[in-house]
Design a protein around this ligand. Structure first.
Ligand SMILES: [Zn+2]
Length: 168
């Protein structure tokens, strides 16, 4: 098991950006993500690039859950908190479409997704980072590992991103 990301490394943004503040336009986030993806693809190919982004998202999901999500009473209260925090941080509008708790199988959607909403339609799902992010969040709450696959994406012509999560 890889070590989790240290949240402290993100620093005190309010302290460091006294005038500019803690927020910035989505385009800046996407510029970083998609140039990073290009460089990873150029050096290592699509397969490795996807894996690197997914694993980075997984680290982020675990760390996000540990540091941001406080509601752990029940699955429903946990999901409600995840939904609230993802909206507060403007990552996206998160919903659980189907939840089979006994078999640990979920269908989750993210609308107005930070990574992809509004991208040109390429026919391929692009939210590899989100796949990892969601699997990290689910793992942190349940203690089980999940394989998460994006089945619909803005980039495949859908208006919302849809993820299927299965315990592995
Ligand atoms: Zn997507």
């Amino acid at each position: 098991m890889m070590e989790s990301f240290d949240w402290e490394r993100l620093g005190d943004i309010a302290l460091g950006r006294e005038n500019l503040g803690t927020e910035m336009p989505v385009i800046v986030y996407r510029l970083l993500q998609y140039t990073m993806r290009d460089e990873l693809v150029a050096r290592y190919g699509e397969g490795v690039a996807t894996e690197v982004l997914r694993n980075a998202g997984y680290r982020a999901g675990i760390s996000f859950c540990r540091n941001v999500i406080k509601e752990r009473g029940s699955f429903n209260s946990f999901i409600a908190d995840v939904q609230k925090q993802l909206k507060r941080l403007k990552i996206g509008i998160f919903r659980v479409e189907k939840a089979d708790i006994n078999n640990m199988k979920f269908v989750l959607t993210v609308s107005e997704d930070l990574d992809c909403s509004g991208l040109p339609v390429s026919g391929d799902t692009v939210c590899d980072y989100d796949e990892g992010f969601i699997s990290g969040i689910l793992q942190e709450f349940t203690g089980q590992r999940f394989a998460v696959q994006e089945v619909d994406c803005w980039a495949t012509g859908d208006r919302t991103c849809r993820f299927v999560a299965d315990r592995i």
